[in-house]
Every structure is written in C-alpha cells, then in structure tokens.
Design a protein around this ligand. Structure first.
Ligand SMILES: [Zn+2]
Length: 117
C-alpha cells in the first residue's frame, strides 16, 4: 500500500469511529460502568408502573447484542488506527503477509488476510 491509500483508509476508519461513538452514545446508561457490567444499569424497580418497566427491560435486552457488536467494531477500528500510527497497519496478524488494499477498502479494520479468515 502507498501512503495515499493508507491515508484514505485512515479517513474511513476515523469516520466509522465517529459514527460508532455517536451510536454508542445513545446507550447512555452504560457510560462510566466497567465493561460487561450491566446489572447496575438495569431500570429501577419500585413496584409501580409495572407494565412500563417490563417494556423498558425488553427494549434494554434487545439492545445488548447491538451494543456489543458496536463495541467490538469500535475496538477493532481503534486497534487499526493505532497500527497506522505505529506503521504496522495492513499486515495479517496470523501470517504477517500484507492484507490486500481491496479487502481493506471494504473493511479497513480487518486484522487478517483473506487466507487466514
Ligand atoms: Zn494471513
């Protein structure tokens, strides 16, 4: 890859990072909680408005896998950006061959080449 291609992928990564952070920001209740700690962020039960609370829990449960997927993607993007800084971006983590630009332009956070997936 040449510098121009890396810059382009870096821009894509940064854009993706921003929109992911924005999406994750909507799950406000998870802010400031340790990773994976969901119990404390459950809606408060006080015996009133039971129907409403059931809805809240249902909505909350359906968001969990979405939230997890977003977090994983964000983590991969951050790792990729770090690698660009360190100059190790674009190398397969398994076989250390270069990942093709074609593959990276589809998913710039790729860690592995097409043979190692
Ligand atoms: Zn590989």
């Amino acid at each position: 890859m040449n510098k121009k291609q890396i810059t382009k992928l870096k821009n894509t990564l940064e854009e993706n990072k921003r929109s992911l952070e924005e999406m994750l920001g909507r799950f406000a209740q998870k802010d400031n909680l340790p990773e994976g700690d969901w119990e404390t962020s459950y809606p408060n039960f006080n015996g009133n408005h039971q129907e409403e609370e059931a809805d809240e829990v249902e909505e909350y449960s359906s968001l969990l896998p979405v939230e997890h997927a977003l977090e994983t993607k964000l983590k991969n993007i951050e790792e990729a950006l770090k690698k660009i800084e360190q100059g190790t971006y674009g190398k397969c983590e398994k076989c250390e061959k270069e990942i093709s630009y074609k593959k990276l332009s589809v998913s710039p956070e790729s860690k592995y080449c097409k043979d190692c997936l």
